[in-house]
Design a protein around this ligand. Sequence first.
Ligand SMILES: *[C@@H]1O[C@H](CO)[C@@H](O)[C@H](O)[C@H]1NC(C)=O
Ligand SMILES: *[C@@H]1O[C@H](CO)[C@@H](O)[C@H](O)[C@H]1NC(C)=O
Ligand SMILES: *[C@@H]1O[C@H](CO)[C@@H](O)[C@H](O)[C@H]1NC(C)=O
Ligand SMILES: *[C@@H]1O[C@H](CO)[C@@H](O)[C@H](O)[C@H]1NC(C)=O
Ligand SMILES: *[C@@H]1O[C@H](CO)[C@@H](O)[C@H](O)[C@H]1NC(C)=O
Ligand SMILES: *[C@@H]1O[C@H](CO)[C@@H](O)[C@H](O)[C@H]1NC(C)=O
Length: 481
Amino acid sequence: MSNSQAFRAIFALSIVLLLLRAHVAESSRRGFRRRSGGFFEYSAISCRAHTASVTEFGAVGDGVTLNTQAFQTAVDHLGQFGSDGGSQLVVPPGRYLTGSFNLTSHFTLYLQRDAVLLASQDEDSWPVIEPLPSYGRGRDNAQGGRYISLIYGTNLTDVVITGDNGTIDGQGAQWWQKFKKGALKYTRPYLIELMYSDSVQISNLTLVDSPSWNVHPTYSSNVIVQGLTILAPVTSPNTDGINPDSCTNTKIEDCYIVSGDDCVAVKSGWDEYGIAFAMPTRQLVIRRLTCISPFSAAIALGSEMSGGIEDVRAEDVTAINTESGIRIKTGIGRGAFVKDIYARKFTMHTMKWAFWMTGNYGSHPDNGYDPNAYPVIENINYRDMVVENATMAARLEGIAGDTFKGICISNVTIGLAKKAKKVPWTCVDVEGVSSGVSPPPCGLLTGEGSESLDQGCAFPEESVPIDSVGVQTCSCQGGHW
Ligand SMILES: *[C@@H]1O[C@H](CO)[C@@H](O)[C@H](O)[C@H]1NC(C)=O
Ligand SMILES: *[C@@H]1O[C@H](CO)[C@@H](O)[C@H](O)[C@H]1NC(C)=O
Ligand SMILES: *[C@@H]1O[C@H](CO)[C@@H](O)[C@H](O)[C@H]1NC(C)=O
Ligand SMILES: *[C@@H]1O[C@H](CO)[C@@H](O)[C@H](O)[C@H]1NC(C)=O
Ligand SMILES: *[C@@H]1O[C@H](CO)[C@@H](O)[C@H](O)[C@H]1NC(C)=O
Ligand SMILES: *[C@@H]1O[C@H](CO)[C@@H](O)[C@H](O)[C@H]1NC(C)=O
């Protein structure tokens, strides 16, 4: 063998050895990951010093064992680290049947890929709690309280519920049937509810078949909801996607929602209870939402809006086979206001109405509502939208003696369906301006100022405070679970 042949043979051998080593390292890394939960990274508003797996507290992901106690014990144990760098509870792959449990502060719940929380269908797994003070009674049922949410927290700070697209399955079918039959004693539970909390992140999860609403941040501030896939049959009752309720500074981004009710429903309390509680939803941004909801809205404002709704900005929304793109729902008795609403860059396909305003929504908690509590609806701006296959362009119905004012619609093209209604716009008790809208809007929207609307309707350029909340890359070095 010549020198150069020997050199080539040694060179080739080294390459083979190197490849072999890399392969062994890769397989053992994968093996470690599979055996142990291993190492992973995710983004969050804060990272944690302490980590545990729910299996260390006895949870069994066999789909049968009830794990409520394991989850609650784990959270209660990890709660002690709140002032010591916080903690994260990891749910490894498996199907974990559980009833409701409560979260703690400076805490992260992390669902790995293929981890599924299965909500118990046994009503006894769901403690009954007081109705929300801004609602006065449970939303479903005049009697007493409501079943607590599957994942619940109150008076918390710095809470993260996230994962590598792990799943929370509400197993709602049985609840929907009982609700339709009037067979439930209390209002149905939600999947996630955080009350009176600050600095909340709910992200990168899949939520399916909630008994009722899916995500309900209420009386909270600095809330980030991102990367959720929310799925429920389009005929399931009240399976709203995300309902920010009396919240300040909230961001909802990159969510895909198919549901039996509004994909995003912005709320703030109900009639006299909401008026007395007086806590608005404000500084809300919604971006990159995709919604399919044939019997409801992509974005609804109300109907419970008695604490007021203001400064809502929605952009890059896609609605497909959805009843309406944006709907304002209110009525006499609600009081308060919906104002400074901005929406742009919506794409809609197969809609009943692109825009809908309902001034006679009805639905009161009781007969104690104030018949003189008229809501103020003003400064509503919609621009830069393309709609295809709509049955009607819009149905805008204000309240007699309480005109919905300052409506502005610009650069909106609405393609009507073959079987469209003859009159594409119906408008009563509304007034505003429009420009570059086709088909041409009703006369009530071509008021003074329409001609000089060259810049289009307003959309604020300055950012909301939630946009300056940074996320960090957190890592988790798994234990031996
Ligand atoms: C969600 O996941 C995406 C893609 O995996 C990632 O880019 C994003 O940072 C995650 N966001 C949050 C808030 O967890
Ligand atoms: C969770 O908190 C609620 C309300 O504070 C309480 O009624 C319920 O019993 C708690 N659940 C558990 C499992 O401790
Ligand atoms: C939670 O905070 C609210 C508002 O500050 C307060 O009224 C309530 O008593 C607190 N609840 C608990 C359980 O601390
Ligand atoms: C998360 O899972 C859902 C349901 O399987 C899927 O539709 C969605 O595309 C997944 N999202 C990501 C980012 O992987
Ligand atoms: C248009 O909408 C109608 C319902 O109004 C629906 O039946 C039809 O399939 C839609 N057409 C297209 C092309 O999506
Ligand atoms: C009108 O809206 C379309 C669709 O969003 C957008 O591409 C276009 O730039 C808008 N035109 C103006 C003048 O803003």
